[in-house]
Design a protein around this ligand. Sequence first.
Ligand code: ADP
Length: 443
Amino acid sequence: MQADARTAWFRTLGQLTLVLAAALVFGLMVGQPWSALTVAALAVVGWHYWRLHDVLRRLTSRRRLAPAHGRGVWNELDRLLFRGQTEMRTRKRRLLAMLRAYRAAADVLPDAVVVVERNSQRVLWFNAAATPLLGLRHPAHRNASLAGSLQPLAVAQWLASGRNAEPMNDVASPANPALRLRLRLLPYSEELWLLIARDITQTTHLEQMRRDFVANVSHELRTPLTVIHGYLEMLDDGDVRETAPMLDEMRRQSQRMTRLVEDLLTLSRLEARDALADEPVAMAPMLSSLRREAEALSQGRHRIHVEDTAQVDLQGAGKELHSAFSNLVSNAVRYTPEGGDISVCFTHDADGGATLSVRDSGHGIPATHLPRLTERFYRVSTSRSRDTGGTGLGLAIVKHVLGLHGARLDIASEVGKGSRFACRFDSARVLPRTPHAPADLSP
Ligand code: ADP
């Protein structure tokens, strides 16, 4: 209790005692002490009830009444309540101002933001951008089911994955099919989710233009290159000693350019597709073919080892998987000095998945380069890549092919000791092996 309140309390007790004492004296004087005391007590109780009523009236009044003046416990209580009320009002005003500021900020966001109640999956709140992007309107969609409100977008299954929901990329807006959206679900508390929809129409358009441009340029370059390459091959440098090295270099460069164009076209084709062919891929012939390619590239300069302990096949696109694996094998041969070891292993993993790994005892890659290795044209050493005939696109192709199979590429490497590139497929991609022609894995 504060000092003021304590003083008021003692003062009120003093007043009560005085009134009762005065009533007793008066009662004794008139010969009716009990009656006088009773009347005085009733008067005191009545007065206190009246003050209580007054305080309650102030508390419930909508108008702001000035605080009471004077002394005594009721006036003190009145002042304390008035102070509490004023502080509460100020806090409420501040909170409201903050809430308005947050709402105003949310409304100028270019992204649609929707607060969703997790259990019922109902829309609790949305900002202004949710109307043009997702077609949500007040009050119709307040408390409406999210999946129902976003139709024809198929989000029910997506919402079911909750915390693990991967972003939905490049989907048509339910409000305007010309708009392309990227949807993300962010669970931010036990009960609430945040759905964020971003307009990626322009980015998608630019990305499409870039892809088309690369695909068209590569395509256009293909024919003249084939012609140049063909004529260069036909040119007989027989007796002309001076021009022979030049012709050799021209042939090498035209071959390199052809490979580059082919790799660019392969990447463009992969990018243009959401999914690839889905067929059983026989791994025994695949491994035999990888062995032949490694041997042809190595020309006896390396020890090549192929191991197949998986005894399973894969489900996917055979041609693209072959292209990815053979890129890894080609890298292993190209980045391993003469006399090194190269091994290709296909194993069945404990979790039911399967791994194809290509290991070499070559130059190795410094750890700082590993995260960027699958970017297009990213090279650890440009000169080494060029010398070995690399295009800088091999690992980008591998990453794309694996991505389209829901698989991942794990890279481990140590400078001077070698590298291991492992393609990990999960169990959904693994099939029991069907009998094929026996695999040719013999050295
Ligand atoms: P490139 O055609 O240049 O080989 P890739 O995309 O296949 O392009 O590989 C990117 C880079 O990663 C290469 O330039 C090379 O520096 C490095 N690299 C790839 N595989 C290996 C490997 N087995 N050993 C060492 N470095 C490698």
